[in-house]
Write a protein that binds this ligand. Sequence first.
Ligand code: V0D
Length: 249
Amino acid sequence: MLFRSNSKAQQRTEIDADNIPQHIAIIMDGNGRWAKKRALPRVAGHREGMKAIEKVVRRASDLGVKALTLYAFSTENWKRPKTEVEFIMKLPSQFLDTYLPGLIENNVTITTIGDFDSLPEFTKEAVIKAIDRTKDNDGLVLNLALNYGSRKEIIDAVKSISELVKDEKLDIHDINEELFDQHLYTHNLEDPDLLIRTSGEQRLSNYLLWQLAYAEFYFTDKYWPEFGEEALDEAIIEYQHRKRRFGGL
Ligand code: V0D
């Protein structure tokens, strides 16, 4: 057969509008490596990474994706050099100064998960403002994992369920997956259908361990600042080629 050897020609290159992943989770890795490759400081990579966020949010919104959860800062990221952490904490306000009007125009709602209280005051202020200004929108949910760690989230859920049991507001026999879900930071969101991680690493790094139980995983060698509309399309097309079974047959 003439075309069989050319797998590219055989591959579908269009997105099926009826099979869009409803919730996409992304680990935005490789800002530092992108910068290093260009002999730029790491912070220049973070700045460039902001542009990629805007592109991906706009494209996801246009495709009808319901929610995007972005891993912006893990509980482990505090171990980075102090000057880099200080710069990183300014990113939300920089991002929002530039892009909040456009997000509002696109009907995006901003939410966060993670240990928000431990962030610097000026970081919290910028994010709270964005949450407040977008709370009545009903388009794509841009959920930012800030100071997030999945094991801590699970422990927090165990603690709040234990309190209910201790206070005799809950019977142990009524603890099930659905109840557990309701005690996670993500209780308002469906589980992600697709996880994307950039920059070549193939691990979860304490991200949404419970919620990703049945997600499709997509890894790309592209650094986060190189990820854009077309890269998102490629990830979604790959997702649409997978046969999902949710543990069944
Ligand atoms: C740095 C890669 C966007 C990893 C992504 C507070 C680390 C870029 C935001 C952001 C960070 C947060 C809230 C918001 C809008 C944007 C962000 C942090 C770090 C840490 F409303 N990127 N980003 N926040 N990085």
